[in-house]
Design a protein around this ligand. Structure first.
Ligand code: NAP
Length: 296
């Protein structure tokens, strides 16, 4: 039995929380900005629909939790600090399930000093469709990849018997860069052009995809990730099969005038390149345009 707090009841937070609730022995608290009373995952097998505990004010929390899952968007981490102060005690562990490659740094910055932080690469295709309600495309099973070690073993036990699996890896950098590569060569181009992924088939844009990928792979290699030529080819093939009409989250956020995760995705590539002493003019250009065009 574990006490788990989910900070951010959006697509990922609801799905992760719903998975944990499949185990009747966990206490799960959702920490949200607005109240809801039930969680529903109609696409789960069997569908999940049950009453849940929700808090909207960190001052009302009297845990510490055993596990805290930070499931806000990356740029919302600082805003979640009040929750982490309230939820993280000396033995709490913070799992950061956000995009990008800097989950550990963001977690350490937002959580009380000394909190054990577990960065996670989460795979799922989740979309919140209403308060407490999330749809999940079962084609992409819910999987958290975390660095191997005792935290990974304990987290895997926490999710045992649920729709989510936990995989421990000794190659976390590779896993994180693998996911980042897809996001960093597709999302920004869609967002800056204001177009859905069909734009990636435009001959000039397709050339940008390849050039962005090649810049990124050099930085990934310098950062300790092992992404080979087979990965490069399979990623380009995969990009060629993305449904043309489904807007990536970054574009959806831009179209709705919400802040985007461009810093966690594109800024992260530029920062890693700077650390490695590599030049990434295309990523720097794209990041600069995304950053400037998102200012209001
Ligand atoms: N969706 C996916 O399939 C998927 C897959 C892999 C990785 N990811 C990554 O997972 C992260 C979350 O994505 P998402 O799609 O779940 O985003 P999302 O649906 O926008 O969920 C974020 C949630 O965090 C809440 N939040 C923000 N600040 C908060 C605060 N101070 N206190 C409490 N709650 C707060 C938001 O509340 P409001 O509802 O009030 O805005 C929202 O419900 C991102 O980094 C994304 O890149 C997503």
């Amino acid at each position: 039995m574990a006490r788990v707090a989910i900070v951010g009841a959006g697509s990922v937070g609801l799905l992760v929380g719903a998975a944990l609730l499949q185990r009747d022995d966990h206490e799960v608290l959702f920490c949200a900005r607005s109240h809801f009373t039930r969680i529903r995952v109609p696409t789960a097998d069997p569908p999940i629909d049950r009453q849940v505990e929700v808090q909207t004010d960190p001052r009302a929390v009297d845990l510490p939790a055993d596990w805290v899952v930070l499931a806000t968007k990356a740029h919302q981490s600082a805003g979640a600090r009040g929750w982490l102060d309230a939820l993280c005690g000396p033995t709490s562990r913070l799992v950061v399930t956000q995009g990008g490659i800097e989950q550990a740094e963001r977690g350490r910055t937002a959580a009380p000093f000394g909190t054990a932080v577990v960065p996670a690469v989460i795979s799922c295709a989740a979309e919140r469709t209403g308060p407490g309600c999330v749809e999940h495309n079962p084609v992409e099973p819910v999987k958290l990849v975390v660095p191997e070690g005792v935290e990974a073993e304990d987290l895997a036990e926490c999710f045992a018997g649920t729709i989510a699996t936990v995989e421990a890896t000794g190659q976390w950098a590779t896993e994180a860069w693998r996911k980042l590569a897809f996001d960093a060569v597709t999302s920004g181009l869609c967002t800056i052009t204001g177009r859905r992924p069909d734009v990636l088939a435009h001959p000039g844009v397709a050339g940008c995809v390849t050039a962005l990928l090649d810049e990124l792979l050099a930085v990934a290699a310098a950062s300790g990730a092992a992404l080979d030529e087979a990965f490069r080819r399979s990623l380009l093939d995969r990009i060629g099969t993305i449904p043309g009409g489904v807007a990536p989250t970054m574009l959806q956020d831009r179209l709705a005038s919400r802040p985007t995760e461009h810093d966690a995705i594109h800024g992260a590539v530029v920062r890693a390149a700077d650390r490695a002493g590599l030049d990434v003019p295309l990523h720097r250009f794209l990041f600069t345009l995304l950053d400037a065009s998102g200012e209001r």
